[in-house]
Design a protein around this ligand. Structure first.
Ligand code: NAD
Length: 737
């Protein structure tokens, strides 16, 4: 950096109000880099110098930004590479950033943040050190502290100030632990910002007007004498009674898996609430440092920052093909999946023709969108007008002729190859001659389905997840004949409907279904070996899965699972291979035999009363008695994680999946692989051997292989690390990024 280069412009107007404009000349966004730190500290020095020379020379300060986002936050690349040996440096850097903000807060003149774009994480923390926040009322602007979702805590004073602004309870639940992001209107309602203006041009004038009207408003409430924390301090009887419930609440929220970041936020907030501001701030820096040097936060940063961003930026899309936009989609089949797909497409602005065998069935599919909209309107999330527009775009029909003009087909009829061939043949007569042809099959090989159409190059798998309107992932499956252009178009369609695509090659079960099957089977094998059913469920949720394998099996439907297992067996035998059933498959057969196949049928591992899940079926203990000696809990957890990880490694080896980013995002967002692992590929490369295992304290793929072999010795060869994994370790390599 040259002497004149600065990321913070300093301008004083005729009224004596200084505007500090954040504008890093070396980057398209303002980030917490060295230049910023030096520049903001220099600007604050200058403010203090001017005031020391003449107390009336500065009337107040406005913090503004010249970039699209107000401020983009911390340096995550640096955090991913920091190890335990860097702890002291990380701590000092955090303290340095905070010292600057604290000096700004302590300035004896009012300081106002003029928020023109997203202020998330570190960006919001800058504004919290100001005396007032004015924000442009634009829906594209988001405010919040999402650090927890990256495995971090708001360590730029965010924990300390939020707790002092809102109190422990609301601060934790409303802002810190869930990492919620707010629109300006929501932030105003919550009290996170003080004033909204309609346009960006009004921001700085509004900030200045407030300064002129409130020349003495330079102290934040927590620095004023007699300050009391909202909701009481941890020592006050009301809160003291409530505090012990926090860890339990946290556990409930995360289903038993206490994420290191959530725990650190909770500790920093509670310990800090007992102390003066500066001590609290230092405590916060300590907890942040611990998280940064900890493997868990690196795993989450890898997944939610680097992998997700890369995928959204087109990492898995073929290069050099023009962006594409679908305008009119034919959704074939208005059942559970078709109805959800129709809604998602209509919401994204596409015209939708929803086709089923009868007008009634098609109308029923559209009714699904009507129901979602009704709810959204009643909650004030959608206007009546917008709702009608959306519904107006969905045309239910039983007539193929209505498909004229469609440039996209998404098929979601019953899982039957000859039926699928037939509906594609009919639809092809009416849709555009170059329409993209997609199937939402969950198990049928795309290459075989493509044989039923004239244009196999335009045929591709688009595997949605249920419920479609909530699940953020779509798995795109390339058939052998699928063209790059079709793949690029499919990628664009998925993004057009605001979902995240992963791309995989054709294979039985593709990537996600194949991998989740191993976790479910492993859970059932644990049951068959005598693990207590509730322990199996708890092991899964404590490992970070959203639901346990028994509940999941009931929901997936064992009759369907048996059908898929049979198809896999038939295919293996047809190819001259052998098929050895997983011990979990035998449990599925047994349950079907006992007439307890699914939630749908009202009987599974759990009891169901009026469709509501009750307790574990009391007869289960007779079929699978609980063994006197239980296997170690850490083994229960890791058997499920390793089953999925090893299957993922096989998918790499077989070329089903080609990118660690796809494996990580696909496993977390599609099938509930625990987010704090960073995803199924990152779980292996960033594996941290837990206490009580052969790999305790060791980190990385070599530790994973060691532990896999240990599980194989104890529980079966299916856990044995493959040669492919051993080769990666030997070469010091990792999965392709
Ligand atoms: P569903 O039984 O709810 O719906 C299928 C619909 O297709 C029915 O409404 C049926 O009337 C209609 N249909 C049948 N023949 C038709 C024809 N000739 N023309 C038009 N419509 C016809 O099934 P679903 O759960 O929505 O599954 C549909 C597809 O999506 C299947 O291939 C399934 O494997 C796949 N899938 C399902 C899930 C899931 O979780 N259910 C997830 C991913 C993919």
């Amino acid at each position: 950096t040259t002497e004149t280069q600065t990321a913070v412009r300093y301008e004083k107007d005729a009224d004596g109000i200084v505007t500090l404009t954040l504008d890093d000349p070396t980057s398209s966004a303002n980030t917490m880099n060295d230049l910023y730190r030096a520049s903001i500290n220099a600007a604050i020095d200058r403010l203090y110098d001017e005031l020391a020379a003449d107390e009336s020379s500065v009337k107040g300060v406005v913090i503004a930004s010249a970039k699209k986002t107000f401020f983009a936050g911390g340096n995550l690349k640096g955090m991913v590479t920091a190890g335990p040996e860097d702890a002291e440096d990380v701590f000092r850097m955090a303290e340095d950033v905070k010292a600057g903000l604290r000096r700004l807060e302590k300035l004896p003149k009012p300081v106002v943040a003029a928020i023109n774009g997203a202020a998330l994480g570190g960006g919001l923390e800058i504004t919290l050190a100001c005396n007032r926040r004015v924000c442009v009322d634009d829906r594209s602007v988001k405010l919040g502290l999402p650090e927890v979702s990256l495995g971090l805590l708001p360590g730029g004073g965010g924990v300390t100030r939020i707790v002092r602004m809102f109190g422990l309870q609301e601060g934790l639940m409303g802002f810190l632990l869930e990492g919620k992001q707010f629109s300006p209107a929501e932030a105003k309602e919550k009290g996170l910002v003080d004033e909204l203006v309609a346009t960006r041009e009004e921001l700085v004038p509004a900030a200045k007007a407030w300064i002129l009207a409130n020349p003495d408003a330079h102290q934040n409430p927590w620095d004023a004498p007699g300050y009391k924390m909202p909701g009481g301090s941890p020592k006050s009887p009301a809160l003291a009674g409530f505090l012990p419930a926090f860890p339990a609440l946290l556990r409930k929220q995360t289903k038993g898996a206490v994420y290191p970041a959530a725990r650190a936020i909770l500790s920093a907030a509670v310990e800090g609430a007992n102390r003066d501001f500066d001590t609290a701030s230092r405590i916060e820096s300590r907890y942040l440092t611990n998280l940064i040097v900890n493997q868990g936060s690196k795993n989450m940063i890898q997944a939610f920052f680097f992998d997700l961003q890369a995928i959204n930026a087109g990492k898995l899309r073929p290069q050099g093909i023009e962006p594409w936009k679908a305008t009119k989609v034919a959704v074939l089949g208005a059942g559970m999946m078709g109805a959800g797909i129709a809604y998602s497409c209509a919401r994204a602005g596409m015209e939708v023709v929803l086709k089923d065998v009868s007008a009634e069935a098609a109308a029923k599919g559209k009714a699904y969108s009507e129901k979602i909209n009704e709810k959204a309107v009643s909650r004030g999330k959608l206007t009546q007008e917008k709702s009608e527009e959306l519904l107006g775009r969905i045309t239910p029909t039983d007539d193929y002729a209505d498909l004229a003009g469609c440039d996209l087909v998404i098929e979601a009829v019953f899982e039957d190859p000859s039926l699928k061939h037939q509906v594609f043949a009919e639809a092809a007569k009416h849709v555009n001659a170059d329409a993209l042809l997609c199937s939402n099959t969950s198990t049928l090989p795309i290459t075989e389905l493509a044989e039923g159409v004239d244009r196999p190059a335009d045929f591709i798998g688009l595997h949605f997840f249920s419920p479609v309107d909530k699940m953020p992932l779509v798995e795109i499956i390339k058939g052998r004949a699928t063209s790059d252009e079709a793949l690029a178009k499919a990628y664009d369609v998925v993004q057009q409907i605001k979902k995240t695509p992963i791309v995989v090659n054709d294979s039985r079960g593709f990537y996600t279904s194949r991998v989740i099957g191993t976790m479910v089977n492993e859970g059932l094998a644990l049951l068959a070996e005598g693990c207590a059913p509730y322990s199996v469920e708890r092991a899964a949720t404590q490992a970070g899965y959203p639901v346990g394998p028994l509940q999941l099996t009931d929901e997936l439907n064992m009759e369907l699972m048996a059908k898929i297992a049979k198809a896999t067996k038939d295919a293996a035998e047809r190819d001259g291979g052998t098929y050895e059933p997983h011990p979990g498959s035998l449990v599925v057969e047994k349950m079907i035999e006992l007439g307890r196949p699914s939630r749908l049928k009202g009987a599974g591992f759990f009891e169901y009363v009026d469709g509501k899940r009750g307790s574990i079926w009391s007869g289960l203990a007779e079929v699978y008695p609980v063994a006197e000696e239980q296997i170690p809990f850490v083994d229960m957890k890791e058997r499920m994680l390793f089953a999925e990880a090893i299957e993922t490694a096989k998918c790499f080896e077989e070329g089903v999946i080609e990118s660690a980013a796809a494996a990580n995002i696909g496993s977390i967002m599609g099938i509930g692989f625990p987010p704090m692992t960073g995803g199924a590929a990152q779980f292996m490369t960033g594996y941290e051997g837990p206490e009580g295992t052969v790999a305790a304290g060791e980190i990385g793929l070599a530790a994973f292989v060691k532990r896999a072999d240990d599980l194989a010795d104890k529980y079966g060869e299916r856990f044995r690390a493959t040669q492919y994994l051993r080769d990666l370790v030997a070469k010091g390599e990792s999965f392709p990024a």
